[in-house]
Design a binder for this molecule. Structure first.
Ligand SMILES: [Fe+2]
Length: 179
């Protein structure tokens, strides 16, 4: 048994206490552009924003940064693109075999971004994602606005775990941090 064949680190997700200011900062200083917003309840109650790299006409990943509105700042996950669907499953079996990683969500296929995903927590409770087969967008993309019911479900696979997926990693640590 061997690990998945990671091609690159690809996107990150973090929580922010001011989603609009976070999006504005990444747009102004890193040139990221909005791909899709998710709202909860009223349409102006934004819960999360997917942002992509501005590479002009060139197609890039659906998101490089997903920022989520929250009551605290925290890193959520870093993602790694793997070779293909087989490789997502290979990574799943490998991490499961080690006995020291906690499965967090997956395997499934997102609606927004369309990646096949598999999320795991490391021994410190932090989430890492293996994925493959993302949607691609360029600067002709018109940002979408989606409800949580539309945006947080999967095309197939298990339901979104809810708040536990966004909890502080310390709540999910499976062993003490090595000295
Ligand atoms: Fe992700």
């Amino acid at each position: 048994m061997e690990p998945a064949h990671v091609k690159r680190s690809a996107h990150c997700v973090f929580r922010s206490t001011d989603l609009k200011a976070t999006n504005a900062w990444y747009n102004k200083y890193l040139g990221l552009a909005k791909t899709d917003d998710i709202y909860a309840g009223e349409k102006d109650n934004l819960l999360a924003t997917f942002n992509h790299v501005d590479a002009g006409d060139e197609f890039v990943d659906h998101h490089t940064l997903l920022a989520v509105q929250s009551d605290s700042h925290a890193f959520n996950h870093l993602s790694f693109e793997v070779a293909d669907f087989d490789d997502v499953q290979i990574g799943h079996e490998y991490l499961a075999s080690k006995g020291k990683y906690k499965h967090a969500w997956g395997v499934g296929r997102h609606v927004l971004g369309s990646q096949i995903y598999d999320y795991w927590r490391d021994p410190w409770g932090r989430i890492h994602e293996h994925w493959t087969d993302s949607d691609m967008v360029n600067m002709d993309h018109k940002p979408g606005l989606h409800s949580t019911e539309e945006g947080l479900v999967s095309q197939w696979g298990p339901e979104f775990p809810g708040d536990s997926f966004l909890d502080d990693p310390e709540n999910h640590a499976v062993q003490p941090i090595p000295a």
